[in-house]
Design a protein around this ligand. Structure first.
Ligand SMILES: Cc1cc2nc3c(=O)[nH]c(=O)nc-3n(C[C@H](O)[C@H](O)[C@H](O)COP(=O)(O)OP(=O)(O)OC[C@H]3O[C@@H](n4cnc5c(N)ncnc54)[C@H](O)[C@@H]3O)c2cc1C
Length: 484
């Protein structure tokens, strides 16, 4: 989930990164969706098979359709959207996965034309949106708000940490080496007031990983265009009232998607590619693979021959985090004076590392979202959906008091670690391994093309990165290129 998540997607900086790291030698696949290098005209028919109908797969399909290239999408599940899907039984839709447009940083004078192509589509469609995190409240575990002095101390530590992490990440990006973990970058600050909470809230809960496994450079590549890069409160995250999953599912319309068709093997030994599914083997000229990093790491799709080492290393170097989201509906207004769509965080007392943040009074309804992440969430997730609900309910009591639980009429949750078609929430690079995202952008023998959030550098871990990555993969099949 996107608490001050980081962002950015622009060709020059990618090229700049490649030039500095020397990674350009890996290949030519950095078209940024513009249909640049490696144009590969194919005969009409089912020439490209896209694996996965998530954001990346649908973006690739739309781009191929526009370019007049024949394709089919094979999707393991019975619905589109992948890690973006809504539950419509609530007063306003509850999103199990992605919920916020992020990196909605204006690129010119019009605030509704931003770096996030999905946000831009939503803006053109005039759907109801609102900037997130406009009102934030921080509480102690006893429900008492932090005093002014405590708030100042927290913001001072948190800002210092962001600056330190960003500086380390930026330096590594510029030098092409020397990346360190968030834990190492912030070690000297751990004596500051609220340092444990800042580390948890700003990094570990956001990435679903311990700070020692989070690369500063990976965060910088994401945040470089945003207000967060300057240590300012984030202004580029937006809620959508009608549900992100509902919004994203519109892109499936008219696409040739074969649902309930999990791919188990890809044989690219010959001039063409053979794709194994329970319904038989499909022949194609090339494959765009958008299955999540979790699925790829688990070896659920066999490649024949085995993938070259840069890909298996990338699978090792990109981790999948534990993020829990629980939706609550109440039979009364349990929020007291909290404003609509406000975010509420609880600072764990003592040595606890339990993190929970709430979106309260969601769109004015008796509904709240609890977002959790970090070590305590991972532990809770081992107990499956019940474990996540138990942790969320415990955090909720600190926010709304014990009486609120008596008013719960509905909950919804999805364990992303337990989801066999995701196997985690989203990817983060281990320190020193951001180039693994770039390695994934390099096609295997011009037959297997990886796309998806893990293959995105500046939009990694996000929908917009997945979208642009899908378009970039598709652009290789069209001389005309692909429009954003
Ligand atoms: C809890 C949570 C909160 C998030 N919050 C945000 C947010 O607020 N904003 C944001 O921008 N991003 C957010 N994200 C991240 C965002 O959801 C992802 O980055 C993005 O949706 C990834 O899209 P994708 O197409 O790369 O992958 P996926 O969505 O994983 O799509 C891959 C598709 O491939 C299918 N598949 C897998 N294996 C196979 C197979 N063997 N055969 C056939 N099909 C297969 C899957 O079923 C899936 O449909 C969040 C994610 C989670 C989990």
């Amino acid at each position: 989930m996107g608490y001050d998540r980081m962002r950015g997607t622009e060709c020059p900086s990618r090229r700049e990164f490649l030039a500095m790291t020397g990674a350009a030698a890996l290949g030519t696949l950095f078209g940024c969706g513009g249909g640049g290098g490696g144009a590969r005209p194919l005969a009409p028919g089912r020439e490209v098979v896209i694996i996965g109908a998530g954001v990346a797969g649908m973006a690739a399909g739309m781009a191929l359709r526009e370019a007049g290239v024949g394709f089919t999408i094979l999707e393991a599940q019975g619905r589109p959207g992948g890690r973006v899907f809504s539950n419509n039984a609530f007063p306003v839709p509850f999103d199990y996965g992605a919920q916020l447009f992020q990196q909605a940083v204006p690129v010119g004078d019009d605030p509704m034309v931003t770096r996030n192509p999905l946000f831009n589509i939503a803006a053109r469609q005039h759907v109801t949106m609102q900037p997130a995190f406009q009102t934030s409240v921080l509480l102690h575990e006893d429900g008492q708000p932090l005093s002014q002095d405590e708030l100042l101390a927290y913001f001072s530590t948190g800002t210092l940490m962001d600056q330190t992490v960003n500086t380390a990440g930026r330096a590594a990006a510029m030098a092409g080496s020397g990346d360190i973990s968030v834990a190492d970058a912030t070690a000297a600050l751990m004596g500051q007031p609220f340092a444990n909470f800042a580390l948890l809230a700003q990094y570990e809960a956001d990435r679903g990983q311990p700070a020692g496994k989070i690369s500063c450079q990976d965060l910088w590549e994401y945040s470089r265009w945003t207000s967060a890069a300057f240590g300012l409160p984030s202004t580029d995250n937006w809620f959508i009232r009608s549900g992100m999953g509902n919004f994203v599912s519109q892109f499936a319309a008219g696409l040739p998607i074969q649902f309930n068709t999990p791919v188990t093997a890809i044989d690219y030994r010959g001039p063409r590619v053979q794709i194994t599914t329970p319904n038989g083997v499909i022949d194609a000229g090339a494959v765009i693979m958008t299955a999540s990093m979790g699925v790829l790491k688990a070896g659920k799709i066999q490649f024949n021959p085995g993938l070259p080492v840069i890909y298996s290393e990338a699978f090792d170097n990109l981790t999948m985090g534990s993020i829990g989201k629980v939706g609550f509906e109440f039979d009364a207004d349990v929020f007291g004076p909290l404003p609509v769509n406000s975010s509420v965080g609880v600072v764990p007392d003592g040595s606890s590392d339990k993190f929970g943040a709430m979106f309260a009074k969601f769109w004015g309804t008796n509904m709240a979202y609890l977002v959790m992440g970090g070590p305590s969430c991972e532990e809770a997730e081992r107990g499956g959906e019940a474990g996540l609900i138990a942790l969320a309910t415990e955090r909720l009591v600190h926010m709304l008091g014990p009486d609120a639980t008596g008013h719960i009429v509905r909950t919804a949750v999805h364990s992303w670690m337990g989801d066999e078609w995701a196997r985690g929430a989203y990817s983060t690079s281990l320190p020193g391994h951001v180039a693994s995202r770039i390695a994934l952008q390099t096609p295997v023998e011009n037959k297997v093309f990886f796309a998806g959030e893990a293959a995105a550098l500046e939009g990694g871990a996000s929908m917009e990165g997945a979208w642009l990555s899908g378009q970039a993969a598709a652009a290789h099949f069209s001389k005309r290129g692909v429009k954003h």
